[in-house]
Design a protein around this ligand. Sequence first.
Ligand code: ADP
Ligand code: ADP
Length: 232
Amino acid sequence: MIEFKHVNKTYSKKGQSIDALKDVSFQVNKGDIYGVIGYSGAGKSTLIRLVNQLETTTSGDVIVDGENINQYSKSELRRARKHIGMIFQHFNLLETKTVFNNVAIPLYLIGTPKEEIKERVHAMLEFVGIGDKAKQYPKELSGGQKQRVAIARALITRPKILLCDEATSALDPATTEQILSLLKKVNNEFDITILIITHEMSVIQQICDKVAVMENGELIEHGSVKQVFSQP
Ligand code: ADP
Ligand code: ADP
């Protein structure tokens, strides 16, 4: 579903160049919950931004759902992004909009009929466990509830891939566990491939099937969670 082939990414800043990714190759299969773990600065955000085409590679290819997204035009990109949902550490909700409208926005943008929006948003809010919060505003919600809104918004267009960028890093351990089991339910019921980047080993151990370990821009190991973290 996602394939990196010899990907290099170099940023230049004030005449200096930083190699954020060095010859990174790996593959995420359809239906995987795939974790990428590494310390700050390892290159994890760069990797996820390449999947979502917020950055382009310096060399090498990123193939998403069978298509090389490096060669996309702007309109093809807009179409492709609809198949990718994303959630973040700080939720990125619109504070002036209700929960309902936060989740409905992606559907408004693609011209979905009003009645259908209503049905789908309410069903999705039920699914993520906040069916009673439609009329509330983000500031009235707990961190875990806000992340549920963000998950609902990411899924409402029925993407094939969900990208999670440190999505539980702002949550306490108990809430983290609840959000991770919700992600597991999403993976099971909707057949969505999930790519998680995190610096927390516990996240990888709780829900990932496979893991890649990053260090200084290099992918130093990858495989099943059991393989990679079993003691020799
Ligand atoms: P992580 O998400 O693992 O913390 P990043 O992908 O954010 O890692 O960063 C990898 C390296 O690339 C770091 O050295 C970081 O400083 C650098 N970097 C990231 N984004 C930029 C940018 N826009 N311009 C210059 N350097 C960047
Ligand atoms: P329906 O096909 O009638 O919408 P489903 O049982 O397939 O019902 O889905 C139940 C809920 O899950 C609905 O809110 C639907 O919008 C949502 N849903 C279904 N498939 C996906 C998907 N791939 N990604 C995100 N949400 C989905």
